[in-house]
Each structure stands twice: as structure tokens, then as C-alpha cells.
Design a protein. Structure first.
Length: 81
């Protein structure tokens, strides 16, 4: 199962790194993981390592993700939508 879709302009839709919440292009993701029948995309090896350490700790499943990403001066935060 993939958490990506093409939009009408032909460009690939962004996906969310489940650890930090960053929106990334799945084609340029640093790495991916398969877990519970879904593909997770990561912006860095550090995020992938955090996911590997505890894949069920607060990381939403791509198919059920209901988070909004908010950017502030210190970085991005995630809140349930």
C-alpha cells in the first residue's frame, strides 16, 4: 500500500514523515519502511531510526493519519486534526 497519489498536474503528492511531520516527496525520501502493510517515508535516517525503535509510539498509520502540521519559529509541531 502506498501513501502517495498523483495530482492533475502530474506531480507526485507529498507524504508525511510519521516521526517529525515533515511533508516530503516520496520519490526523494531518504529511506522508507514497510510496517503493518503500509509504506512509511522518512526525511532522515534519524527519523527512520526513531520509528524503528518504536514503530507504534505516536506514529500514525498513513491510511488513518489525521494530523495537521503547523510551523512556528522553532520548527514544526503536529496536532490532531
Amino acid at each position: 500500500m502506498s501513501d502517495q497519489a498523483e495530482n492533475p498536474t502530474g506531480s507526485v503528492a507529498l507524504v508525511t514523515d510519521p516521526v517529525c511531520g515533515m511533508q516530503i516527496d516520496p520519490e526523494t525520501a531518504v529511506t522508507t519502511r514497510e510496517h503493518d502493510g503500509a509504506t512509511f517515508y522518512f526525511c532522515s535516517q534519524g527519523c527512520a531510526a526513531a520509528f524503528d525503535a518504536d514503530p507504534h509510539h505516536g506514529h500514525p498509520h498513513p491510511a488513518t493519519e489525521d494530523f495537521e502540521v503547523h510551523t512556528n519559529g522553532a520548527g514544526s509541531t503536529r496536532e490532531r486534526g
